[in-house]
Design a protein around this ligand. Structure first.
Ligand code: LMR
Length: 340
């Protein structure tokens, strides 16, 4: 049973006995922008189930997918106002809150999700979850979506092919610089508008993961997808300090345990879906998937590499070095130096 504070009851109630209310569950509104059949959509739904189980219904998660409640441009402000309690925006969408997360947008930084895991689990990777705490937000954990591909109305094989084309990007200056580096025109637009922008030819292309390209049907309005794996789309699960610290210790621990399990589940889905959804797009015949030759790929790397230098000060050279070093495992280092 909860007791309402006197101040909230008004004078009349305050002079009589305190009023007891039936125990309402704590509600966590979880807002996201993607479809349910994606790594984030599945993770959020699993989190809801696990929280119900672990708290015996004392905490209820309400999941709002497909930008139903908030787009990513508004969700963090809404969280600070208490209108939503959890979200998992792409790491590219935190630039108003911190500089360091821009690291994850650097083109060709990580070669695969194993490298991303190694970095995120390192001390430096974990410390980045705290980078938004001065703003009243808490990073609870990372979630993968996967490597981004380039889709377009024209075949993109070399950086010159992208020149003059309009690409939708997330709200990130690194991504803006990345497209400018190949003489393309980047436009920051919300995820919910991408399909229509592509369909009406207001833009020529966009970058996203296989699961987002599939679940939002971008492949139906983009005749070419270049398997570039040029960047990462990962998420940070966030909540507000006020909400999180306001939970009783036991409940916070239960919700946190549910989240750890849901993140493991979502990270596995991310790996599976990248393969499955690419296959479904290929099978559909709506979009041609272009593979880059090693020489073509090297041209994209070369064209986009200056972006790293441009953001080195803001992000930190040490952090960039540490992230890049995660592409090499200890075993590889050992064998590279063996016999020298
Ligand atoms: C995008 O805006 O393209 C992505 O951040 C959407 C998402 O959450 O995966």
């Amino acid at each position: 049973m909860k007791l309402l504070p006197f101040a909230a009851l008004g004078l009349a109630a305050a002079i009589s006995a305190p009023v007891a209310l039936a125990d309402d569950p704590v509600v966590i509104k979880f807002s996201h922008v993607v479809a349910e059949n994606t790594p984030k959509g599945q993770m959020a739904n699993r989190f809801k189930e696990l929280v119900a189980e672990k708290t015996g219904g004392a905490v209820v998660v309400e999941v709002y997918p497909n930008s139903q409640l908030f787009g990513d441009d508004k969700v963090l402000e809404a969280m600070l106002l208490g209108d939503v309690q959890m979200a998992a925006p792409a790491l590219s969408k935190f630039s108003r809150y911190t500089d360091v997360l821009a690291l994850y947008d650097l083109p060709f930084l990580f070669q695969d999700l194993d490298a991303v895991d190694r970095f995120q689990q390192s001390e430096q990777g974990q410390a980045m979850l705290d980078s938004i705490s001065r703003k009243g937000l808490i990073g609870l954990g990372y979630l993968h979506n996967g490597m981004k591909q380039l889709s377009s109305s024209k075949p993109l094989r070399t950086p010159e092919d992208a020149a003059g084309l309009k690409f939708r990007i997330m709200s990130s200056e690194v991504l803006e610089a990345q497209f400018k580096a190949v003489d393309a025109a980047p436009l920051k637009k919300p995820f919910s508008e991408v399909f229509t922008l592509l369909q009406t030819r207001a833009i020529d292309g966009q970058e996203n993961t296989w699961s987002n390209i599939y679940s939002k049907k971008f492949f139906e309005v983009q005749p070419y997808i270049t398997e570039s794996n040029h960047g990462l789309l990962d998420y940070m699960v966030v909540t507000s300090k006020e909400f999180w610290m306001g939970l009783p210790d036991e409940q916070r621990a239960q919700v946190n345990a549910a989240l750890r399990e849901a993140l493991d589940f979502g990270n596995q889905i991310a790996r599976d879906k990248a393969i499955e959804d690419k296959g479904l797009i290929a099978e559909s015949g709506r979009s041609e998937i272009l593979e880059l030759t090693p020489e073509q790929r090297a041209q994209w790397v070369e064209a986009m590499k200056p972006v790293w230098k441009k953001f080195e000060k803001e992000i930190g050279a040490d952090l960039i070095d540490a992230a890049y070093a995660a592409n090499t495992t200890d075993n590889q280092v050992a064998s590279a130096t063996d016999g020298q």
